[in-house]
Design a protein around this ligand. Structure first.
Ligand code: ZN
Length: 134
């Protein structure tokens, strides 16, 4: 029998986020009570990159999310994008912080709709983490 979990977290594997993620999980009583899907780029992999890479990532990540949700019955999916993410070309790919934040905002809007259609009944919460937050 599988344990049920309160939530699932889809996040980039950038190690700089580790302490922040630990704090988030702890503060929200999710540490040990959440599935963690930690991948290069996290949610960005679903909406950025070459078409074949996006296709592969969409198939894999959505399959894993559906499997985890079926196993552990969580109803909330947290997705975290972050500033200076290598999967988005890093901050060097943008002239200004506001440009980078706007780019992520557009991707987040698309990703919310994408995930809602594929994970009906799951509350999707996507956030962008500027560097001063982690
Ligand atoms: Zn990243």
């Amino acid at each position: 029998m599988s344990a049920s979990m309160k939530a699932c977290v889809l996040c980039c594997s950038d190690g700089r986020l580790g302490p922040w993620l630990f704090g988030f999980l702890t503060k929200n009583s999710l540490l040990g009570h959440s599935d963690l899907l930690i991948l290069p780029g996290g949610g960005i992999s679903l909406v950025h990159g070459s078409w074949w890479r996006r296709l592969l990532c969409r198939w894999l990540i959505v399959s894993w999310l559906r499997l985890l949700q079926a196993l552990h019955s969580w109803e909330t999916l947290y997705v975290f994008h972050h500033e200076d993410c290598g999967a988005a070309g890093g901050s060097a790919a943008f002239d200004y912080n506001i440009e980078e934040e706007h780019w992520h905002g557009v991707k987040i809007k698309f990703l919310e709709n994408f995930l809602r259609r594929r994970l009906p009944g799951v509350s999707i919460k996507i956030s962008y983490l500027p560097k001063n937050n982690w």
